[in-house]
Design a protein around this ligand. Sequence first.
Ligand SMILES: NC(=O)c1ccc[n+]([C@@H]2O[C@H](COP(=O)([O-])OP(=O)(O)OC[C@H]3O[C@@H](n4cnc5c(N)ncnc54)[C@H](OP(=O)(O)O)[C@@H]3O)[C@@H](O)[C@H]2O)c1
Length: 331
Amino acid sequence: MRAFKAYLIDQDESRKTGGMLTSVTQDRLDEGEVLIRVHYSSINYKDALAATGVGKIIRRFPCIGGIDLSGEVVESADPRFAAGDKVIATSFDIGVAHHGGYAEYARVPAGWVVPLPTGLDLLEAMALGTAGFTAALGVVRMEDNGLAPANGPVVVTGATGGVGGLAVDMLSRLGYHVVALTGKASETDYLIGLGAKEVLLRGDIDFTKVRPLEGARWAGAVDNVGGQILHWVLATMKQAGTVASIGNAASFNINTTVFPFILRGVSLLGIDSGYMGFPTRQRVWDRLASDLKPRHLAAVTRVIDFDALPGAFSAFIEGNVKGRTVVRIGA
Ligand SMILES: NC(=O)c1ccc[n+]([C@@H]2O[C@H](COP(=O)([O-])OP(=O)(O)OC[C@H]3O[C@@H](n4cnc5c(N)ncnc54)[C@H](OP(=O)(O)O)[C@@H]3O)[C@@H](O)[C@H]2O)c1
C-alpha cells in the first residue's frame, strides 16, 4: 500500500482545529476517478482559515487541506484523462470536504479536473490557483456584461491581496485603466509595477460618509473586501457600470441603497469560483493561459517547501502576506 506525506487537519475532543504533516496511506483518499501525483499546491486565505480553525471552512474531519492542486495523472477511470496527463484541480469540495492538495497524492472526481492548458506549466497554474481563477472569472463575467476598456476606469479593492494583485495585472494587460485601492501606502510602487495607473489609499477616504450616489467614476469594479467599501464602490459607479463582488476581507455585510441599480443601471455580479462548472471553468483557465495570463506572475509568487507549510498560515490570518504562495509538494 502506497504511503505518502500529507497535511491532515483534524479536531480534538474540545473541537479545537489544527493540522499536522503526517503519513497517510492511499486507501484513506476519498472516492474519485482520477488519481493525481501532486506537484504543487498553494495557500489561499481560505486555506489559512481552514488549517488554523479561525474560519469554519472544513466540513468533514479529518481532511487533508489545500483547495488547489496541480500535478500528473497516475491512473484514471474516466476516459477524459490518462496516466501522464498534466492537470489542475481546484474548487468544489477539495480541501474542505474531500482530501485536498496538501498531499503527495490526491484522488478526485473527473468532473473537478481541468487539463493543464497550453501556455501554463504546473507551477504557474498554482501561482494562479483559486485566486487567479476567481480574478479571471470576475473579469470574464464583467466582460460578458458589457465591460470594455473604452467604457472607463476599473477599480480593484484589496489590491495587494492574491485576488486583487492578479486582477490588477490581468485588467491592465487587457488595456484597462486600473485604479488600485489599498490600505498599504508602502505598496504603491508594487501596485504601479503590476499595471495600476493610479493608487488610492483607504486611509484617504471616509467610507462612513458615503452618499447613496457620489460622482460617477468607474466602469467596472473588482471588490474583494465588501462592507462599507462595497457601498462606496456602488455609489461611485458610472452609468451601466459592472461590479464583481468577490470577497469579504473587510466585512460580509453590505448596507447600501438601490439608487446605483435603478438610477445608473449598475450591475452587481456575484462571483463564486467554488461551484462554477464546465464549460465556463475550462474557458476561464484557457484565458488564464493566454490573454489573461498575468505579466508579473513570477514576481508576485513565492514558492515554499512542503515542510514549511505548517508555519506559513499565521501570516495570512494576520494580513501580512502579499501576492501568491505556492507550495512545492512533489515536484
Ligand atoms: N468568491 C469566490 O469564489 C472567492 C474566491 C477566492 C477568494 N475569495 C475571497 O476574496 C477575498 C480576497 O481573497 P485573497 O485570497 O486575495 O485574500 P488576501 O490575499 O488575504 O487579500 C485580501 C486583501 O484585502 C485587503 N484587506 C484585508 N483586510 C481588510 C480590511 N479590514 N478592510 C479593507 N481591506 C482589507 C488587503 O489588501 P489591501 O491592504 O491592499 O487593501 C488584503 O491584502 C477574501 O475575502 C476571500 O475569501 C472569494
